[in-house]
Design a protein around this ligand. Structure first.
Ligand code: UDP
Ligand code: MG
Length: 323
């Protein structure tokens, strides 16, 4: 059985790879672990794949490589690596030497000895430009609030450790690698810890993510929150909002009519219902309310047809033993 699988997604990181491989080998052999290094080449257009071929030829017992035909993104690369991993503990790290392999023994211990399902690195002292560190603080505060994982400071740290079970039961797609702890929590793994890790400035190459990471990150968080909370019962959200809006509109339109009738009968001056701005506001409310309600029904139809509608995370089953 393999102790550790290290999963490394990479996109155009040819300069870093030999150094990373040598450093990992040093740390892992010194610790006496049995291990595998899974490099997932995310459709690099530089010489990364050639470098990986060389490493695999020189270190046949440890290096495994999967290479995408084109660039899909970090999440698909991680998901592929997770599928391949055979170790008891899975470590992910970036290929750009910003994460230090020296942290691996500590992370491994937290999983195997302290019983964590997932340990996320925390780059307490970061070596990144301010344009990245500042929005990151806001990003993490939001992610903590929405996910309810209050003890994490750095959701998107590339350096993480997982119990093998965790990576086999989550699906990282799109750009969801930013929220793996949240995905794990939604899958029922809630012993999530954090370890302060050493971070370095990028030595070679450039960052692969621009400022759009924050816009996409925010949208993905909303998606996760929505699918995690209401994915299996969309009507509970849309039905509630729709009913509230519709009832509010109905009450308002009745009030507008009632006031007119009252004034008419008591001989006061009155205006036509269609002259009152409240009438139109009520109409809008009722229309939007019905739309939301219908969205809820459509959502239920979609959810009912999902092949995953009855897929749950079963941790353990105990059955009658046949004689
Ligand atoms: N990466 C990848 N596919 C992509 C973009 C990035 O596999 O489409 C890898 C990249 O090679 C690196 C890791 O993801 O190993 C983190 O990327 P980067 O260092 O650019 O991100 P940053 O440190 O700026 O957050
Ligand atoms: Mg980096």
């Amino acid at each position: 059985m393999t102790d550790i699988s290290v999963v490394i997604p990479l996109y155009n990181e040819e300069e870093s790879l030999p150094e990373l491989h040598a450093w990992l080998t040093r740390v892992l052999t010194a610790g006496g672990y049995s291990y595998e290094l899974i490099f997932v080449d995310d459709g690099s257009t530089d010489g990364s794949l050639q470098v990986l071929r060389g490493l695999a030829a020189a270190d046949t017992r440890h290096v495994r490589v999967a290479s995408f035909r084109r660039n899909y993104g970090k999440s698909p690369a991680l998901n592929t690596g997770f599928g391949m991993a055979r170790g008891n503990v899975v470590i992910t790290m970036d290929a750009d030497l910003q994460d230090s392999p020296d942290e691996i023994p500590g992370l491994y211990d937290m999983i195997t000895r302290q019983g964590y399902d997932l340990v996320s690195g925390y780059k307490k002292k970061r070596y990144d430009p301010l344009s990245k560190t500042l929005p990151t603080k806001l990003f993490n505060a939001t992610a903590r609030k929405v996910s309810g994982i209050h003890n994490l400071h750095d959701f998107n740290c590339g350096l993480k450790a997982y119990r093998a079970e965790v990576v086999k039961h989550i699906e990282v797609y799109g750009d969801m690698h930013r929220y793996i702890p949240y995905l794990a929590k939604l899958a029922g793994f809630n012993r999530i810890g954090e370890k302060v890790v050493h971070h370095q400035a990028r030595k070679y190459g450039t960052t692969k993510f621009g400022l759009d990471r924050f816009v996409n990150g925010y949208l993905d968080l909303l998606t996760l929150w929505f699918t995690g909370t209401f994915g299996k019962k969309p009507m509970h959200l849309f039905g509630l909002l729709g009913s509230l809006m519709f009832l509010l509109g109905l009450a308002a339109v009745i009030a507008v009519g009632a006031i007119k009738l009252y004034n008419m009968h008591t001989g006061h001056s009155y205006i036509l219902v269609t002259d009152s701005p409240y009438f139109y506001i009520s109409l809008v409310l009722m229309l939007l309310g019905s739309q939301l309600f219908l969205a809820g029904f459509v959502g239920e139809l979609v959810a009912r047809n999902s092949p995953k509608r009855n897929e749950y995370q079963i941790k353990e089953t105990i059955d009658i033993k046949e004689k």
